[in-house]
Design a protein around this ligand. Structure first.
Ligand code: ADP
Ligand code: DP6
Length: 320
């Protein structure tokens, strides 16, 4: 009998236009606020699982590097939702984007893992179950199961949140400006926890972000790109302000980020309508109308090298 079989799955990363920032429950990863994201075609993870009856423990290779026990145990916990715990596997995963640099590798990473485990162990779990399990790996991953636009809707009174696809009537795209590919010093998880525990403006953030999410749901039904972009920018800046009011304060943004924002504001005045957002890292993502993304990309080439720009359309695929 063949003791080995290998199954592969792919999932795309998502970038939040309304940020998830803060948890009520660290284990279930229940968010304190609703978030909304776009799932991008150019940023993805491909993961394979090799079932091999001869293995006595799990092995996890990320971008061809064998991971330590801590990283491997995070993967094993997710696999336990799909398998008999005695069955060990080799997981090999490749990210198309730099890992842990604020480019959302954890979202596609855990989404690809649950899709792959579902196939590998013939589980036939529904997409909403997969989204819930992916979230236990990394909160933002629950949104990567839905495209092109996803909401992770939070019901704070019920202490519950679910992700699902969101109706969007405007064609959007993104350009990623990679300013730094290095691994961040403060992982999203740690930065988020530190802000929940110490940031003096955290309550304001939670209330505002939940309001922002409700407003964005309505705006996405319209063609009001300006209002969508401005709301995304305000939400981004408030999220980053929480880090400045933490104790001790910190920032994911650096001088290159600030120079980039200044440039974006300037070209906007010149008629290049695009809006910025940043996650837990210095890199900048620009929201564009799909019909204008090429013109804006060309403009950016005046300042940034082609190798640092990624033009991304939204993913339309259906995982079922
Ligand atoms: P990012 O901005 O890249 O999402 P995070 O700090 O949120 O950064 O998450 C990075 C962590 O996500 C990594 O340290 C690793 O634990 C996990 N991760 C990244 N890629 C994968 C992957 N392909 N499979 C499983 N876990 C991954
Ligand atoms: C700033 O989903 O990486 O990118 O749930 O702790 O794994 P954990 O955090 P993660 O945080 C993402 C934070 C963000 C905003 C967002 O994607 O909504």
């Amino acid at each position: 009998m063949d003791t080995k079989n290998i199954v592969t799955a792919k999932a795309h990363a998502n970038i939040a236009i309304i940020k998830y920032w803060g948890k009520l429950d660290e284990v279930k990863k229940t968010p304190l606020n609703s978030s909304i994201s776009l799932t991008l075609d150019k940023f993805y993870t491909i993961t394979s699982i090799e079932r091999n009856q001869k293995l006595s423990k799990d092995f996890f290779y990320l971008n061809d590097e064998l991971q330590n026990d801590n990283e491997t145990s995070k993967i094993s916990k997710i696999l336990d939702y799909f398998r008999h715990p005695d069955e060990k596997v080799i997981v090999r995963s490749h990210n198309s984007m730099p890992t842990a640099a604020g480019l959302s590798s954890s979202s596609s990473g855990y989404a690809a893992l649950v899709l792959c485990a579902n196939k590998s162990f013939n589980c036939n779990k529904s997409r909403s179950e997969l989204s819930y399990i992916a979230r236990l790996g990394s909160g933002s991953a629950c949104r990567s199961l839905y495209s092109p636009v996803a909401i992770w809707k939070c019901d704070i009174d019920e202490h519950k949140a679910i992700a699902y696809p969101l109706q969007c009537n405007i064609k959007l795209a993104m350009i990623i400006i990679i300013l730094n590919k290095n691994k961040k010093e403060v992982l999203s998880r740690d930065g988020m926890r530190h802000c929940v525990e110490t940031s003096t403006i955290f309550n304001k953030w939670v209330t505002t972000a939940n309001d922002d999410a409700a407003k964005m749901v309505s705006l996405l039904q319209t063609n009001d790109f300006k209002a969508i972009g401005e709301l995304m920018e305000r939400n981004t800046l408030l999220m980053h302000e929480t880090t400045l009011h933490a104790n001790p304060p910190f920032s994911y943004l650096n001088s290159d980020t600030h120079a980039c924002l200044e440039y974006i504001r300037k070209i906007r005045q010149d008629g290049f309508e695009t809006y910025f957002t940043m996650d837990a890292g210095p890199n900048v993502k620009l929201l564009c109308r799909e019909s204008e993304v090429h013109i804006i990309y060309k403009k950016l080439l005046e300042k940034y090298d082609e190798s640092n720009l990624v033009m991304s359309h939204l993913v339309e695929e259906d995982y079922d």
